[in-house]
Design a protein around this ligand. Structure first.
Ligand SMILES: [Zn+2]
Ligand SMILES: [Zn+2]
Length: 178
């Protein structure tokens, strides 16, 4: 099996992730021995995978990716006139585009989580009348809450008392406090 450069670029992120079949892996290893262009791209891809694989990447502001891209483009810019530089720029561009997709989807999951967590800030008014059911350690704003399984065994008390007794606000009907 012999692979061409463009085939190597298509598979390079899979190669770095150890996700190519053994025959292709062997063919790519052969290719890297002969082809400095692809070896340079492989090094770049490994660096990118390290960067994007690093969990902290997702904690930094969104503009970071663009800055990284510019920095890469800047580095590549120095060797723009060489054929290798052009190759790396092209392949790195393709690779970065793919990685952005991954980073974006991971980031949006985290953003959703964060907006869920943002609800935790409002304290429950201590004198609010709430109800608790026998079958849980959750207090509710209304006995009609669908999360109360046995509506015959509810009792009313103050939110303050419920909290003292170890109850936590219901995620459904006490949403603004959760
Ligand atoms: Zn090549
Ligand atoms: Zn409830």
């Amino acid at each position: 099996m012999v692979v061409e450069c463009d085939h190597v670029w298509r598979e390079i992120s899979n190669y770095v992730d150890d996700d190519v079949d053994p025959a292709l892996r062997a063919a790519m290893e052969e290719h890297f021995k002969e082809c400095k262009h692809c070896t340079a791209i492989l090094d770049g891809a490994r660096n990118l995978v390290q960067l994007y694989g690093d969990d902290r990447m997702f904690e930094v502001p969104l503009g970071y990716g663009q800055r990284l891209h510019r920095r890469l483009a800047g580095n590549i810019g120095k060797s723009r006139r060489t054929f290798i530089g052009w190759m790396v720029a092209t392949a790195a561009g393709i690779f970065i585009a793919g990685s952005y997709e991954l980073a974006r989807s991971a980031t949006s999951t985290r953003d959703n989580l964060r907006s869920e967590l943002a609800h935790f800030s409002a304290p429950v008014p201590p004198d609010l009348m709430v109800v608790v059911a026998d079958d849980g350690k959750v207090f509710h704003g209304a006995a009609a809450c669908p999360f109360i399984h046995d509506k015959t065994k509810v009792k009313s008390l103050l939110a303050r008392e419920a909290v003292q007794q170890g109850y936590t606000p219901c995620v459904r009907c006490m949403k603004q406090y959760v």
